[in-house]
Design a protein around this ligand. Structure first.
Ligand code: XMP
Length: 524
């Protein structure tokens, strides 16, 4: 267990027992200006815990049963540090079990999954300030096992039909245990509970983006010294914020490489170059390699083959341009905290989920470069907040995600320059419509795909035989699951008319209403 930050900030520690929603706990803490890290229970020993020096500890939920021999446990020292502990679901059960209570294996009658209501007990608990104003409080339960007997020193502060010990606390030691998940949004007052818990633990809330920016700049300077850094810039939020932060830290020691693979949206290359080179004065290599990419993609229609060609060329091209930068010893990447967290897998074993940045994956080893990853501790919304702190305009910060392979995966089947041109125009009209109707920020991602099919139409007195396209728009929290966006019929009709009238080459427009799963967000 290594401390990512190693700073003077007050820190909370989340011990992960494998819940699907552990990351949300971190979000709740950080919303309160509290720095925290998630570490899997296997990595937290008595020694590492003391070295980390948390001001409060949270035991996450998890899929295991404390009744099973060998099931996960926190280190003993957690109970001896004298800091407040909050145990959630499995974390509650493990706490009760460790401290002398009793947990019973799940039976159908006492298992609770989904919405439940907690009734307050007679004694009041400070941590529940703001709760029960209108009677029982809604919470989200997801448990099979339940606590049958609470540990000595604990009192009950809330009950639910399936959990007589829904909320318990030992106020002497400041140990709190809840059977439900206060971190999920189906526990509407969960945020209050965290806020009160952190207040009780004495956090001042010193984790602000302004402070983070200063520290990050100091750390980059220390790491990089007088050496040069290369940064692959895509124009997406993560790489943009990385580039600007680095530029503020080391100025001209930074060179950005923007690879234009000919699969960008209308005016995208112009906008990125204008923003970074002209506006921020960052050294930028605009590598126009569209001939190379489109040449290699010619005649290819298999989605995986297309992706592989683009991925390989990207690395080659990036390396070619990076080689022209003298004295570069570092490669900057916009890796985020969710990519770094080692989470506990469902099987209970350790599973390290470290994704390599798809654009430059494999490069650092190949090129002998060291990595600079200044966003490693941040969640996506914190990156956006940092972007604002760095003066990046909202129009950049709020941009929809755009995949590395670009329009290639929005042009199913063979890619031709003609199709790409039509696609760019149709996409621009569609996004313009979405913006005009004030819907852009409600949507996770929206784009047009050009379909590999021509259809017959009639325009004026003439017959047309042009491409069909599909509009796609989804809502999502993290891109892992998604719902199609419920546009009004008026919006759909008006947009279809505009696309057909304004874009030469399209005579039919469809709206894709597939959710993910079973669909994916992109067409390929
Ligand atoms: P799918 O299509 O898998 O996409 O539902 C989920 C999210 O990931 C984006 N995506 C990619 N992003 N490189 C990227 O940087 C890729 O190869 C890639 N493929 C999909 C997609 O746009 C969506 O936001």
């Amino acid at each position: 267990m290594t401390d990512l930050q190693d700073s003077h900030h007050e820190k909370a520690l989340i011990i992960d027992f494998g819940s699907q929603v552990t990351q949300l706990i971190a979000r709740r803490l950080r919303e309160n200006g509290v720095y925290c890290e998630i570490h899997p229970y296997q990595n937290v020993t008595d020694e590492s815990l003391k070295a980390y020096d948390p001001k409060a500890i949270i035991f996450s939920g998890g899929p295991d049963s404390v009744m099973r021999e060998g099931s996960p446990r926190p280190p003993k020292a957690a109970y001896e540090l004298g800091v407040p502990i909050l145990g959630i679901c499995y974390g509650q059960q493990v706490m009760m079990h460790d401290l002398g209570g009793r947990v019973e294996a799940g039976e159908h009658a006492t298992a609770e999954f989904g919405r439940a209501f907690v009734t307050p007990a007679e004694s009041k608990l400070g941590m529940l300030d703001g709760w029960f104003a209108d009677g029982d409080e809604q919470v989200w339960m997801s448990h099979g096992d339940h606590v049958a007997e609470i540990a000595p020193g604990f009192e009950v502060y809330g009950t639910s039909p399936g959990a007589p010990f829904a909320i318990t606390a030992d106020l002497e030691r400041n140990f709190f245990a809840v059977q439900f998940h206060p971190e999920v949004h189906h526990t509407p007052k969960g945020g209050e509970l965290y806020k009160n818990f952190l207040k009780l633990a004495g956090f001042k809330g010193d984790w602000t983006m302004g402070a983070y920016r200063e520290e990050a700049i100091a750390r980059i300077r220390e790491q990089v010294g007088d050496k040069n850094v290369i940064c692959g810039l895509s124009g997406g939020v993560d790489s943009s914020v990385t580039a600007i932060l680095l530029h503020q830290a080391i100025g001209d020691q930074l060179t950005c490489v923007f690879v234009d693979h000919g699969l960008l949206r209308k005016d995208e290359a112009k906008e990125v170059v204008a923003m970074f080179r002209d506006n921020y004065n960052i050294k930028l290599i605009h590598a126009d390699e569209s001939e190379l990419f489109l040449g290699e993609l010619d005649g290819q229609s298999d989605p995986e083959t297309k992706r592989k060609i683009i991925g390989k060329l990207f690395i080659d091209v990036f390396q070619k341009h990076a080689d022209t930068i003298e004295g570069a010893e570092f490669l900057a990447q916009g890796t985020l905290y969710p990519d770094v967290i080692e989470s506990v897998s469902f099987s209970g074993g350790p599973s390290v989920t470290i994704k390599s940045h798809h654009n430059v994956g494999g490069l650092p080893e190949k090129m002998g470069l060291k990595l600079v990853e200044p966003l490693r501790e941040l969640f996506k919304d914190e990156v956006r907040a940092l972007g604002r702190e760095l003066g990046l305009p909202d129009s950049f910060i709020g941009r929809h995600p755009f995949p590395g392979p670009g329009l290639a995966i929005r042009c199913p089947g063979e890619i031709t320059r003609e199709k790409l041109e039509i696609l760019r125009e149709a996409d621009a009209v569609y996004i313009d419509q979405i913006r005009k109707h004030g819907l852009y920020d409600e949507i996770w991602q929206a784009y047009v795909a050009i379909l590999p099919v021509k259809t017959v139409g009639v325009m004026g007195d003439g017959r047309t035989y042009d491409y069909a396209c599909a509009m796609r728009a989804v809502t999502s929290v993290d891109g892992m699951t998604a719902d199609y966006f419920p546009f009004s019929h008026e919006f759909l009709g008006e947009t279809a008319t505009r696309i057909i009238n304004e874009v030469k080459g399209i005579n039919r427009v469809t709206y894709d209403i597939t959710s993910k799963p079973p669909g994916t967000i992109e067409w390929e």
